[in-house]
Design a protein around this ligand. Structure first.
Ligand SMILES: Cc1cc2nc3c(=O)[nH]c(=O)nc-3n(C[C@H](O)[C@H](O)[C@H](O)COP(=O)(O)OP(=O)(O)OC[C@H]3O[C@@H](n4cnc5c(N)ncnc54)[C@H](O)[C@@H]3O)c2cc1C
Length: 389
């Protein structure tokens, strides 16, 4: 039988996330979004709370915890008022880059980079997506060729979140052309590239929401990368990359349940107050049932996320559970925010009530980090259907 007693340290993390969220509520993010500003204060607050270092071993300045704790931290931040930023400011740097270096870095790389990630002093972004490869990362064309002791990189990435703020990018490159390898997964190499190197150009992509951060095109023109910057094995970086994708999906699952609950809680408060036909609009089952049904699905998705995170933290295969958690949390999150917005009536369309912003935020989770179709593709295969992609 599973034991659902919440450990003391999980209560501590939840409490810390609640305290942070109390200072960074919906109004704050509405203003940051409208100003299009990156939140240095929130970033520093996460560092002070130790959240950037949750997944980093203590010997490198972190807390030595796992994705279960990170999931709770993210869901709580999102739910208590931070919205998507509660996941967004942690997922790339503190989850993906930290885990990639923790699991696949050399001792030198761990010593050089992990303490800076943990204390918030250094920021990484993840350079996976390319305009012509899209969802099929194996078609990446950004190429790194040997240049003396190091590498020379040419190529183009798109949608790279935080690349305009980051110090480094974990860059997915090909070091052997796709038509010269036995398996499509061969010939991929991950490089840690300084974003201040000559030949790097970063251009933000104007986007639909979450404008308290930029996602950018990154152009690499003859960029020199010194020796010692390969993350994982040269030519075999695909598997190191895959290792970072499960934490990313678990994180987005936490974001979806957190944003869904935030919108639901907000709709409950609003509709308990708003009277139209002589009673609160929240008293109508037509208003309360859809939000409640969504909420129940969010609770279920959160349990699956916790299972996926437990498997991940214990070194077990977690791909199936992670895709279930991500896909189901996203469907439930979208459903809940949709009905929460409806419960607000016309005011759901007004910026001042934030639910329209959460609607824009939740919709990202069906497109990234993996689209819903690709999550269903993986799951369909897992339950026995032929591979369809
Ligand atoms: C705000 C934002 C931030 C992002 N941040 C980052 C980041 O930091 N780093 C990074 O590397 N990337 C990032 N991404 C990129 C994101 O991961 C990709 O946009 C996503 O993986 C989809 O790729 P694509 O846009 O090229 O879609 P495409 O691959 O062009 O797909 C288009 C549509 O076709 C569907 N489709 C394609 N093939 C199949 C198939 N075989 N079966 C069924 N359906 C299929 C897809 O699901 C999708 O709906 C970000 C994206 C956004 C919007």
């Amino acid at each position: 039988m599973a034991d659902y007693t919440e450990p003391q340290e999980m209560k501590l993390i939840r409490g810390t996330a609640e305290e942070i969220a109390a200072d960074f509520g919906p109004e704050y993010w509405r203003e940051m979004e409208e100003a299009g500003e990156f939140s240095e204060e929130f970033w520093s607050e996460l560092a002070e709370a130790g959240f950037h270092g949750l997944l980093i071993p203590e010997e490198y300045g972190g807390a030595g915890m796992g994705m279960q704790e990170m999931g709770v931290a993210m869901e709580t931040l999102c739910k208590e008022g931070v919205g998507m930023a509660g996941c967004w400011y942690l997922v790339v740097n503190a989850c993906m880059a930290a885990v990639g270096i923790r699991e696949h870095g050399t001792e030198e790389q761990k010593e050089e980079f992990l303490p800076g990630i943990a204390d918030g002093g250094e920021m990484f972004c993840m350079g996976i997506t390319e305009p012509d490869a899209g969802t099929n990362t194996l078609n990446a064309e950004t190429f790194a060729e040997r240049d003396g002791d190091g590498w020379r990189v040419n190529g183009k990435k798109c949608w790279i979140t935080f690349s305009d703020e980051s110090d480094y990018i974990v860059l997915v490159t090909r070091t052997t052309p796709a038509d010269e390898v036995d398996r499509a997964t061969d010939g991929i190499t991950l490089l840690i590239v300084g974003l201040d190197e000559d030949g790097v150009d970063v251009e933000p992509i104007p986007k639909h929401g979450m404008n308290y951060s930029n996602s950018c095109e990154v152009f690499l023109d003859d960029v020199h990368v010194p020796e010692g910057r390969v993350l994982g094995e040269e030519g075999d970086g695909w598997w190191a990359l895959v290792d970072t994708l499960n934490p990313e999906r678990i994180a987005f699952s936490a974001a979806a349940t957190g944003i869904g609950k935030l919108a639901a809680d907000s709709a409950v408060e609003y509709t308990n107050d708003r009277e139209v036909f002589g009673q609160p609009v929240g008293a109508h089952q037509g208003v309360q049932f859809p939000v409640t049904e969504g909420y129940a699905k969010l609770e279920t998705a959160a349990v699956m996320r916790d299972k996926a995170a437990w498997l991940y933290d214990n070194g077990e295969d977690c791909a199936y559970e992670t895709n279930v958690a991500k896909a189901v949390a996203v469907e439930a999150g979208i459903e809940t925010v949709y009905h929460a917005m409806q419960a607000y009536g016309g005011w759901g369309y007004a910026r001042e009530y934030d639910v329209e912003r959460w609607w824009r935020e939740i919709n990202l989770t069906r497109l990234a980090p993996v689209t819903q179709q690709m999550a269903w593709n993986h799951l369909a295969q897992e339950i026995g259907f032929p591979k369809s992609y």
